[in-house]
Design a protein around this ligand. Structure first.
Ligand code: FE
Length: 337
């Protein structure tokens, strides 16, 4: 009798114990690999956990390292989601088979079609505009018109550019190839290079510092770098110009995400992705980096909105990936280092 009781207790204990183990193992969580730094993602993850009870674990690193890691881990990856900047990077992850297609009405509704993968392997979550910044003491807005015009001889020794090694410029040229074809784009890039005031610079901020110092008159940068620089030095003689407003529009790119091919928590991961595209998270996602929300229902941060409204290029950003190699080769031929 006593022996039976003891075994009963043991069975009950064992049962509760395994319940606990199952619970711990299956408590909902999403693991994110992010090339966006912690301060740009943590606020949204915290809000998501608060709303849904689903935990978010994340690792941040450079996009190249994260892609290499996903490839090496294969089926055993703990990652459910990849977050990174630039459609070129997301396209590369999808091409390498690291992302899976996601069918979600929420994502289709919240994100304009040109800012997500036609195969639904990745989705834009914020918009970055790559536009013209000029020295207000040397140039009037009326002098400026298009990206293509910066190849004109009138800009000789007046242009600064960031290095062609940066994916931002590869994407810009790739989108130009999609629009004008290779031969015409090469002419434009050659014109840019002929107009350089100095060798290509290491980053967008440095390019603007050169413009502010009068070493060149005009450059091409992502607007959030302009926002950061002007916040620090409000008196710099710099302003934004929105090119191509009478034709193709401003070149835009994205910061975005996709669900990994071997995600173990796919449902929760999709929930997080949908959440990041929602009205609740969108302003947070864009505002922390002075970017633009992808969700058209969301208002832009007032500090960013003050730079003015602009027409964006409506061509699908997938072209930035598809034509990236072509763009890199073209820039190399044109002497763009
Ligand atoms: Fe950047």
């Amino acid at each position: 009798m006593l022996k039976r009781k003891v075994s009963h207790v043991l069975v009950v204990l064992f049962f509760f114990n395994s319940l606990f183990v199952i619970n711990a193992a299956y408590a909902e969580q999403v693991v994110v690999y992010s090339a966006r730094i912690e301060q740009l993602i943590k606020p949204m993850f915290d809000a998501f956990t608060k709303d849904t009870g689903i935990r978010v674990k994340y690792t941040t690193d450079k996009e190249g390292a994260l892609l290499a890691r996903l490839k090496a881990e294969g089926k055993n990856t703990p990652a459910d989601m990849l977050i990174t900047a630039d459609a070129g990077n997301l396209w590369e992850a999808a091409r390498a088979g690291l992302l899976k297609s996601v069918n979600s009405d929420v994502l289709s509704k919240n994100i304009p079609a040109h800012l997500r993968d036609p195969e639904s392997a990745w989705f834009g979550l914020s918009i970055r505009a790559r536009t013209i910044v000029y020295n207000i003491k040397k140039i009037a807005p009326a002098d400026l018109s298009t990206y293509e015009d910066l190849a004109d001889v009138k800009w000789r020794k007046r242009l600064c550019l960031r290095t062609s090694k940066k994916v931002y410029n590869q994407s810009l040229v790739a989108m130009m190839i999609a629009e004008h074809g290779e031969a015409e784009s090469e002419k434009i890039v050659r014109g840019w290079i002929a107009n350089l005031a100095t060798d290509p610079l290491s980053d967008d901020t440095r390019a603007m510092e050169f413009v502010a110092a009068g070493r060149c008159d005009v450059t091409l940068v992502n607007t959030y770098y302009y926002g950061r620089l002007m916040e620090k030095n409000p008196n710099l003689p710099l302003a934004i110009f929105w090119p191509n407003q009478n034709n193709s529009g401003v070149h835009v790119n994205i910061s975005g995400a996709g669900i990994t091919q071997y995600s173990k928590n796919e449902k929760a991961a999709i929930k997080l992705l949908e959440y990041l595209s929602s009205e609740k998270a969108q302003s947070l996602f864009a505002d922390v980096n002075m970017e633009y929300p992808v969700n058209p229902k969301i208002e832009t941060d007032p500090a960013v909105a003050a730079w003015g409204i602009f027409k964006q290029n409506p061509m699908n950003i997938v072209k930035a990936g598809e034509l990236q190699t072509t763009a890199v080769k073209l820039m190399d031929r044109a002497g763009y280092r």
